[in-house]
Ligand binder design. Structure first.
Ligand code: CA
Length: 381
């Protein structure tokens, strides 16, 4: 079997109602999807993660100009070999960011092909399923104004609760005082309910403010505090872990096992959050899981992409070993963003379904998705 072509699908859709996270306003949804086509009629799907402010065309150009010549003609089942070929041949201008996102897209598609070729879900090829279902957490609480939205956000918490979520991640980073007011209101709204909260500031603060926020929320029993400081400030992460009581999470803006090595060796994380659409795909996710495991660190993949990224995330989650084994060990959870996104439910024939607070991990071959090609055309950039 040989790879004969790559088709790149760049999708965009303006949002009816723009929303903010701490780094800026998200005005459109976008996605960079790749379809890797073989000479045996099998094709696979992958996605380069385009974060809220990132133009999806960057990864598309990298796939087209830099990676296409490296993989066309190769055996798609040589996944590890091709990962290293793509990484090594882009090393001098890559290693991070959109270059790694482009590599991720092709790598995910190769795993999809391998699964279809063997008639097995990707998690089987990764060594089997440690779990067949995963608890999703609601990512949300974006801002429509910026500050002063505590009441509306408390209503949103109740909405997620009524939808069946018992885990929720609150977007903070809009000023420490505003953040604290938001959390107090949400805490009041959820009083007596069996809900665990996480917070995510998207590295909005320096160390002093990040610590002030963490200390103010000490009584919330947070499951984790995500991206408290900028990803470059590894020492800052170490300081957060030393001075705060809640687990510290991060890594969505780090790439490959080489990038995670620094975070893990420094003791910067309790929870590593590689995004499969930007860390280097399922192969890099697997490298990072092994590295994190050796450091006693949990992996909870970050996922904010389309249905393709969600499907890839589910497959890896199935295959992540329980980090700290016990009868009631904490298991990885699925990031389930609740903001508007046309490339999720409508993009695939089998969108994620949450039933009784759980998501079943698909056991269909490959990523277990069929792409709705009409939607690709409707949102083509
Ligand atoms: Ca995040």
């Amino acid at each position: 079997m040989k790879i004969v072509d790559l088709k790149i699908h760049t999708l965009k859709s303006p949002l009816a109602e723009p929303f903010a996270f701490s780094q800026g306003w998200v005005r459109q949804r976008s996605a960079t999807l790749v379809e890797v086509i073989t000479d045996e009629g099998l094709s696979g799907w992958g996605e380069a993660f385009a974060q809220g402010l990132e133009p999806p065309e960057i990864a598309a150009v990298v796939i087209d100009k830099a990676l296409r010549p490296l993989v066309v003609g190769a055996d798609p089942l040589d996944i590890e070999v091709l990962w290293h070929r793509m990484y090594q041949m882009t090393r001098d201008y890559g290693r991070k960011g959109s270059i790694l996102a482009a590599i991720s897209a092709i790598d995910i598609a190769l795993w999809d092909i391998a699964g279809k070729f063997h008639g097995q879900p990707v998690y089987k090829l990764l060594g089997g399923a440690f779990r067949t279902r995963v608890q999703p957490y609601a990512t949300g609480f974006y801002r429509l104004q910026g500050q002063g939205e505590a009441d509306r956000l408390a209503d949103e918490a109740l909405r997620h609760l009524n939808s069946g979520f018992s885990l929720m991640k609150v977007k903070l980073g809009f000023g420490v005082d505003d953040d604290i007011a938001v959390m107090q209101r949400i805490g009041q709204a959820l009083q007596g309910k069996a809900v665990s909260l996480m917070i995510d500031t998207n590295h909005a603060y320096g160390r002093a403010e990040a610590l002030r926020l963490g200390r103010a929320l000490d009584g919330f029993g947070l499951r984790w505090y995500e991206e408290p400081v900028v990803p470059e400030d590894v020492d800052g992460y170490v300081e957060m872990r030393a001075k705060l009581t809640m687990p510290i999470a991060g890594g969505e803006n780090e790439h490959s096992l080489f990038g995670f090595r620094h975070l893990l060796a420094a003791g910067a994380l309790d929870i590593a959050q590689p995004d499969l659409g930007s860390c280097g795909g399922i192969s890099a996710g697997r490298h990072i899981v092994a590295l994190a495991h050796a450091h006693g660190v949990q992996v909870n993949p970050h996922v904010w992409g389309s249905a393709v990224a969600q499907a890839a995330s589910l497959q890896l989650i199935a295959a992540i070993p329980t980090t700290h084994h016990s009868l009631f060990a904490q298991q990885p959870v699925l990031e389930y963003d609740q903001s508007a996104h046309p490339f999720r439910r409508q993009l695939v024939a089998q969108p994620i379904e949450m039933i009784d607070g759980w998501v079943q991990i698909p056991d269909r071959p490959g990523l277990g998705i069929e792409i709705n090609r009409e939607l690709l055309q409707a949102y083509a950039a």
